[in-house]
Design a protein around this ligand. Structure first.
Ligand code: VGL
Ligand code: ZN
Length: 203
């Protein structure tokens, strides 16, 4: 039973002092580092936007971060500029050990549409290839952790379930932008057949 750990977006911009800071985002890093030894395969995702990305409030005249618009027919939260390709904010947090990560899937390169999930953009138009990669590696179970629990971790877990993987969200190895949003996300994942677990059950 091949098990993969998917580490979502543990990048400088999502940790303390970052452009789109997730409260105490970096506190999960010791757990994420420790978890990796318990998996057959480790992969990571990296939010990787062009400066012109339409999810940035700065690219919409008169709009501020955290306002909502409709983009490509989808509800879109407008974000502060973050994870711009090649900038220090887009780099992985220096405390994160990625020596065992065999592949890194970048997302959010298409300026027209946001891409929370590591598998697909928000409109499910384009695949990153991660599902095919995991299947070819024989993975049946995926365990998801990282930032942020209510956005990229949640969307990645939802797509993992949709792709037929037995899916686990490691709750103490994620932090969220909005705690209420994370509660709703966990309930939705459970209703879809996903499991919410704690790292202690793996270590
Ligand atoms: C994320 C908002 C915008 C995330 C990425 O990694 O959860 N959230 N881009
Ligand atoms: Zn983003």
């Amino acid at each position: 039973m091949t098990k993969a750990l998917i580490i979502v977006d543990i990048q400088n911009d999502f940790t303390t002092g970052g452009a789109l800071e997730v409260r105490q985002g970096e506190t999960i890093i010791p757990i994420v580092n420790q978890l990796q030894a318990h998996f057959d395969l480790v992969v990571a995702t990296q939010d990787w936007h062009p400066k012109s990305h339409k999810s940035f409030a700065s690219n919409h005249a008169g709009k501020k971060p955290f306002e909502q618009i409709v983009l490509e027919g989808l509800d879109q939260v407008l974000w502060p500029d973050h994870c711009i390709q090649g900038t220090p904010g887009a780099a992985f947090h220096p405390a994160l050990n990625l020596n065992r990560a065999e592949a890194i899937f970048r997302k959010g390169m298409d300026a027209r549409i946001d891409s929370y999930s590591g598998f697909y953009d928000n409109g499910h138009r384009r695949s990153t290839g991660m599902a095919g990669y995991l299947r070819e590696r024989g993975v049946l179970e995926v365990f998801i952790c990282g930032l942020a629990g209510d956005y990229c971790v949640y969307y990645s877990a939802k797509d993992a379930i949709g792709e037929g993987f037995k899916t686990f969200l490691i709750e103490d190895a994620t932090r969220s932008i909005d705690d209420k949003g994370f509660i709703a996300a966990k309930a939705d994942l459970k209703s879809r057949g996903g499991s919410i677990i704690n790292s202690t059950s793996l270590l």
